[in-house]
Design a protein around this ligand. Sequence first.
Ligand SMILES: O=C(O)CCC(=O)C(=O)O
Ligand SMILES: [Fe+2]
Length: 271
Amino acid sequence: MATSASSCDLELKLAELKINGFATFEDLIPGEKIDRIRTAFLPLLEQVKAAGAGEKNVAVRGHSDPLLIVEGRLQVVNRYTMYVPWEQPFADPDIYENPLLLEFLDRYWGTQDYHITCYHSNNPYPGSQYQKWHRDAGISRLVPHVGLEVCPHFGVKFPLVDTAAENGSFEILPATQYLADPELEERYDEVLETGDFCTRRRLNLKKGTLWIQDPRTLHRGTPNYSTQPRPELVICYSLPWFAGGPIEMLQEEFDKLSERGKKMLSRCRIL
Ligand SMILES: O=C(O)CCC(=O)C(=O)O
Ligand SMILES: [Fe+2]
């Protein structure tokens, strides 16, 4: 059964996010919707690969208009990062305005005043390798020696396939989001691969799962030993003071947004 507000204890999910540094919602997105998104997404990703994406971004065109540019790059061996264009079928209010997700963020931040600041994707292909253990978005460096209680920025993620150890599921070291030791910040790989850190966990997710990542929680990408890419899309939500974006979209997409959508995307750039 799909996760709904009535079947989900949001306060418990909030506690999971605060304590573990991530929270997952299974069956939030119908499988057919994910399949439609994957069918449109993989050819774009292949175009980015074919355009010779290296360390620097290359740009290809979105589906709906030549103005819509999609940038992507090779992050490390066989692992591509690509921005997701704000167009159909990717810009789906059933996902970015999902009532359970927004209620969760409203309660966490105690306000509805936050923005969607980025839409991107992480795509380990067969032959990808371990990433270094890291945190995202530089938040941990904002205030050295202080682990902020409230995180100003989250990645809201959903894989386009089931993820497992075989195809490079995300690895996380739960409950590390409040670490604030600048000296350790430079040496996580050395430390984590040498010492005994028994709580590391693979997030093996069913297609249809949406999950919230506190970007400060230590994590890494892992090798994909399968024959297919393992795409995961990421919509970023940020408090107003946290810099990010802008998302670019055509006027016709902006016009389709709900009132709440227009507020969350008020900083977008209209092409
Ligand atoms: O999705 C993954 O495998 C990890 C990606 C990641 O953490 C990153 O690129 O920052
Ligand atoms: Fe990361």
